[in-house]
Design a protein around this ligand. Sequence first.
Ligand code: CAA
Length: 377
Amino acid sequence: MASKQPIDYFADFSHVGIASIGLHFPPLALPIVELAKLRNVDPDKYLIGLGCKEMALCPEDYTVVELATVAAKRALSRWQGENKNIGMIAVGTESAVDMSRPLSAWVAANLGLKGAIRSYEAKHACYGGTLALRQAIEWKLAGIAGQKAALVIAVDEALYEQQDPGEPTQGAGAVAMIIDDPVIAHVEPFSYPWSEPVFDFYRPVGCAYPIVDGKFSLECYCQAVKACYQALINGRDPEKVLAEFHALCFHVPFPKMVKKALASLGKLLNWDEEKINNLFKQKVDPTMDWNRLCGNAYTASLWIAVANTLKNLDQDKRIAAFSYGSGFGSELLTLSAGPAAAQGAWAKDVEEDIKQRHYISAADYQALRKRKTKTII
Ligand code: CAA
């Protein structure tokens, strides 16, 4: 009897990816030096020690619903398809406005989307947006989506208790992506997940702010980076594997975290400091330019770095994207640029939002926090 040939499950469906991107940053921002003044801290601790620059903030009447809706409208407006062909709306967030009704329902209502659509919210701290995206990709890869596309949104407003060590890392933002033909990026079918059940950062029901074991959270993040990258390298020459990628994007809780994580991976690979620093300078640091303008946007953070990187990318150039969510769950994805990436149509979203946003003072920030406390569930 002839031996069976292995089935290539991805042969017919491998061309799935990001067809359109829309971003949105909220209308307020606090320069990080203003917060340093307020907290009586040397500004260099925030600027150099953490690598933060500006913090995007939502006014009291502005929630993740508005953030997500604007990003989604922008993504839909530059997509070649029609709204009636959306078959899935998946929103990743840890800033939900309801314990039961998914954020996707608010967004769908604002967009007038209803019908034969799977609509839900995905939660795993900052990893939720990536989970939503992976589920949409796998739905398409399975061949059961037909001609339908998915609207995936990663959105968050990251707020810590005032004077918490995490306060300078706060931020907000949304990234919406249409998962369909890989016009902007092909998301490669295989990915490298790693999870460990821990309490590094969590927000119990009824608590307005997260409980954070800061130092432990840094260790967990580094542990996840090492595990995911080791799975990608899989015994091959690490230098050759990393050379395949034009850029390495990471979840960005604050830019220095990413530098620390790369250093811990480099140490594992027995690389010297110069080699690690060169890799950081060439392939990692430039990916975080937009993150420095908005701070930590939790689920959106990685996708802000990815969107920033894709906008300059020639077709077929590959990038790696490392997602991390406390608790903890992580996944390393690989993508390659599609024909429309280099045009970077979505860069105008960031330019417009930054130009129009209002920079507030330390005193304004304190007043805003007082007003916002009342509205957080
Ligand atoms: N000039 C320059 N650098 C200075 C300085 C100065 N005057 N003063 C201090 N620094 C440096 C410190 O040396 C330190 O650098 P190294 O880490 O390289 O040694 C850095 O500034 C930070 O100083 P501390 O360690 O004293 O800072 P901290 O304890 O006040 O807070 C933190 C740091 C624990 C990360 C805190 O910001 C935090 O809790 N953040 C939230 C948790 C977080 O972001 N974790 C990341 C992994 S978890 C995750 O990724 C999920 C998520 O999105 C939250």
